[in-house]
Design a protein around this ligand. Structure first.
Ligand code: ATP
Ligand code: MG
Length: 390
């Protein structure tokens, strides 16, 4: 049995002149995600991408479809049978191949797309003949053209004929890396991995930066963040990961700055370090998992003070979301269980008793000026370690 996977483009189909560029990126992403499943070729025809395994009997279709479901830029996915391009073959193979679905259904219809205009029969005739063959194999089935349980699809293309029954929804969005790159500030919490997912969905390629404060934070806390990144890669692709030693900066904040401003100043320092790493990586956008009013450091005033620490664009894709909405995405992308593991984050280690919920930028800048952090920021950047997470 010879099968293939049909992938329908999502929003890319609308992109007019740029369409080829988006399509190329999507094909590259698909190729990359499936490459260890066996040899295959890819063809693109009229907004459909065909993944054709070279040795279908050894190709893990279930795993492949599972992976393709997580690739952004795709509207729908079908697994289809490759059939000899004759009406007899179509009539013989359709009932046999779709037998599992057809034996569960009460009603069906056949729809034919005849892209190869040399095929001797017209679309309605093909549908009628294949429908007839299905009815004789499953006499209890009825045709329902309005609301059938199953739509049997026949495609007659230049390169072959295909049969399948419906498609499963793709992940939507835009192909990752079609919208440029951003640097995600990732903690071990629930929110920042979800922020990565949201940005990847709009085509952004994600790099990640994590601040750790040993010995206040442990090796296990770091491991947890790396695990979160690994869990994101089916959606984001590989993630360049930067780990920054943050202890000294935090200790100096504690010594020199007003306690109620700890959190906002710490967040500003993170922005300043992240900006320097981004600059080296030629990235101009930062992403955080902040959500408005979730905690004291996420009021509009606090966010304003954080934002003012860097000229870079800072995106907060979760800003208008409730915790329950964020958690439901975290569960869907399987980061939730890891995120709730109880390892300390550098933020929780130095939490002030009464953080200011309405910090004023001039006061924050004044509090920060009590110490020259520039050399420590440079040092943290210099000591940053890099790792590629796949
Ligand atoms: P999360 O669930 O992502 O930890 P949170 O609701 O706990 O978010 P905070 O801990 O206040 O909120 O952090 C706000 C944002 O700051 C995080 O979403 C993340 O983008 C960034 N951040 C916090 N701690 C770190 C860290 N140790 N390393 C990198 N980024 C961090
Ligand atoms: Mg957190």
């Amino acid at each position: 049995m010879n099968e293939l996977i049909l992938i329908k483009n999502g929003e890319i189909a609308l992109k007019g002149l740029n369409r080829n560029r988006f399509e190329d990126i999507l094909v590259k992403n698909i190729r990359w995600r499936l490459k260890d499943l066996g040899a295959f070729s890819i063809q693109v025809l009229q907004s459909t991408i065909y993944v054709l395994p070279k040795e279908p009997e050894y190709f893990d279709f279930d795993e492949a479809i599972d992976r393709v479901e997580k690739i952004f830029g795709i509207a729908g996915i079908s697994r289809a049978l490759v059939v000899e391009k004759t009406i007899d073959a179509l009539c013989k193979e359709a009932p046999a191949y779709l037998s599992p679905q057809l034996s569960e259904a009460k009603t069906f219809k056949v729809e034919t797309k005849r892209a190869d205009k040399h095929f001797p029969l017209l679309s309605p005739e093909i549908s009628a003949r294949v429908g007839g063959a299905i009815l004789s194999a499953f006499p209890r089935l009825k045709v329902d053209v309005h609301q059938p349980d199953i739509v049997v699809r026949v495609e007659i293309r230049e390169q072959g004929a295909y049969i399948h029954a419906g498609q499963i929804p793709g992940a939507g969005g835009m192909p990752v890396s079609s919208s440029g790159r951003a640097l995600l500030l990732i903690s071990g919490g629930i929110d920042s991995p979800v922020a990565a997912y949201m940005m990847a969905k709009r085509g952004v390629s994600i790099s990640a930066i994590h601040f750790e404060s040993p010995p206040y934070t442990s090796e296990r806390a770091l491991q947890k963040v790396e695990t979160l990144c690994e869990k994101l890669t089916p959606y984001t692709g590989r993630i360049p990961f930067f780990r920054v030693p943050f202890t000294e900066i935090q200790e100096q904040i504690r010594i020199h700055c007003p306690e109620e401003l700890f959190t906002v100043i710490m967040r500003r320092m993170m922005m300043k370090v992240a900006e320097k790493i981004a600059e080296k990586e030629k990235i101009r956008t930062l992403v955080t998992g902040e959500s408005l009013a979730q905690v004291a450091s996420q009021t509009l005033d606090a966010l304003h003070c954080t934002d003012a620490a860097t000229p870079l664009l800072v995106l907060r894709p979760l800003i208008g979301m409730d915790k329950t909405e964020i958690i439901s995405i975290a569960r869907k992308i399987d980061t939730f269980e890891t995120s709730i593991l109880p390892y300390e984050d550098c933020c929780t280690v130095f939490t002030p008793k009464h953080p200011k919920t309405k910090p004023v930028l001039s006061a924050v800048e004044k509090g920060e000026a009590a110490f020259d952090f520039t050399p420590l920021i440079e040092k943290a950047v210099a000591e940053t370690e890099f790792k590629m997470i796949r």
